[in-house]
Design a protein around this ligand. Structure first.
Ligand code: GDP
Ligand code: MG
Length: 395
């Protein structure tokens, strides 16, 4: 789960990670109120709040440039905010459709002496949190990794004992900090790790982390995401969820315990097991098609869940065909067959449907489908199923 920058900065403040304070406005009427406490002179940063990075360099669909802008007065800040609110921002991370800005965030502007990069995330290869730091802040970190790999400092943390003071100090040294800034940086890194650990984060990223002309280190940007599997024990974090930022189909799927991710292809897949779902997407691609989603109905889905799964995949207007690929282990093929039949009764399936069933109760499942009178194509192997659906969907 992702949260907005202004929410992330509140968490930073709670954990003693220095950052600017700010105010938000979600409607035009709220803009004036949000700006009341800002000084009359001095620059204000106006920041579009969407769950995607690269806002500064983004462009709105109406051609207005910049999702993060510097205003030199309150009046100008209000004008910028009015242009951003309700407008759709396209950045490198949003895809061409962009994201509608529902909230703007005002912060007092700070002068920047130098920009750095700092993040903590989970390294899957070592199963450890890793602190990533670089003197090349402000720019695309992927680009730094590609072009200047030596500029990236990785520090692996043993999760059983947490980050050690010497590790945080080594990061400060490696970034070239001296004197009091070593202390500031060490404390900041330790506090950021505490946040990462206690709140079950998947990632915290500060780009840029800055040094002000006065020598203060602070986070100018804040991106925080959480491990969905830990949300059950993080009620305050769960409350920060912004459903406007999520695909309605994914929200619906999560209500029914289905692992669904929307994609931009036209062949919907309904599969049991994440590995088999990945293999199914691969083989659709292999035969020249493009998957409309990832969907794992799980090992123990019931008829009702299968029906919901069908409704969700059919609500995507791009879908031109459906491939059901079930390997009945714990999941029984007859349950899936009944789910398909029940779904066909409550939603009309107007696109071609290819079904491949294998495993527990496969004969029973096939018989149920045959006798249902549903128009579907049966396939025996995964390759045959994929080839058929790609052909049918392209007609
Ligand atoms: P992003 O583009 O989504 O990563 O958003 P950021 O929060 O990183 O802001 C984009 C850029 O705006 C930053 O990299 C800075 O260059 C600039 N910026 C943001 N806040 C300030 C500020 O207080 N002062 C100055 N001078 N620049 C700022
Ligand atoms: Mg940034």
């Amino acid at each position: 789960m992702n949260i907005h920058e202004h929410q992330a900065k509140e968490l930073f403040a709670d954990y003693g990670v220095p950052c600017q304070s700010g105010k938000i406005a979600a409607t035009r009427e709220e803009i004036a109120g949000a700006l009341v406490d800002f000084p009359d002179t001095g620059k204000i940063v106006v920041k579009s709040q969407i769950h995607a990075g690269g806002r500064g360099k983004g462009t709105f669909l109406d051609g207005y440039k910049g999702g993060v802008k510097l205003a030199s007065s309150k009046k100008e800040a209000a004008e910028i905010a009015e242009k951003m609110l309700g407008n759709t921002l396209v950045t490198q991370q949003t895809g061409p459709a962009g994201r509608q800005v529902q909230t703007v965030y005002f912060t007092e502007a700070t002068d920047i002496k130098k920009e750095y990069y700092l993040a903590i995330l989970l390294d899957r290869a070592t199963s450890k949190p890793v602190v990533i730091a670089s003197t090349e802040g402000g720019m695309d970190i992927e680009k730094v990794a590609e072009e200047l790999p030596d500029k990236i400092i990785r520090t692996f943390i043993d999760p059983t004992i947490g980050i050690q003071g010497f590790q945080a100090r080594q990061i400060a040294f490696a970034l070239g900090f001296e004197g009091d800034q070593i202390k500031q940086m060490t404390k900041l890194v330790m506090n950021l790790y505490r946040l990462f650990d206690e709140k079950d984060c998947a990632m915290v990223e500060i780009n840029p982390l800055i040094v002000t002309p006065e020598g203060h280190i602070m986070a100018l940007d804040a991106k925080v995401s959480f491990d969905d599997n830990a949300l059950f024990r993080q009620p305050e974090i769960r409350n920060l969820r912004d459903l406007n930022e999520e695909d309605p189909k994914e929200i619906e799927a999560s209500k029914h315990g289905l692992n669904y991710i929307a994609l931009d292809g036209n062949i919907a897949c309904l599969v049991n097991g994440a590995g088999l779902a990945m293999a199914t997407m691969d083989i659709i691609k292999y035969f020249g098609g493009s998957p409309a989603n990832f969907l794992d109905v799980g090992g123990s889905a019931n008829e009702e869940q299968v029906t919901h799964a069908f409704k969700i995949i059919l609500s995507d207007p791009n879908v031109k065909g459906i491939l059901v690929n079930i390997f009945g282990g714990i999941m029984k093929c007859d349950i899936i067959a009944n789910g398909i039949i029940a779904a066909a009764k409550s939603v009309s399936i107007k696109v071609p449907l290819v079904v491949r069933l294998e495993g527990t109760n496969v004969e029973m499942g096939k018989k149920l489908l045959q006798e249902s009178g549903l128009s579907l194509v049966a396939a025996d192997s995964l390759a045959e199923a994929a080839e058929k659906i790609v052909q049918l969907a392209s007609k």
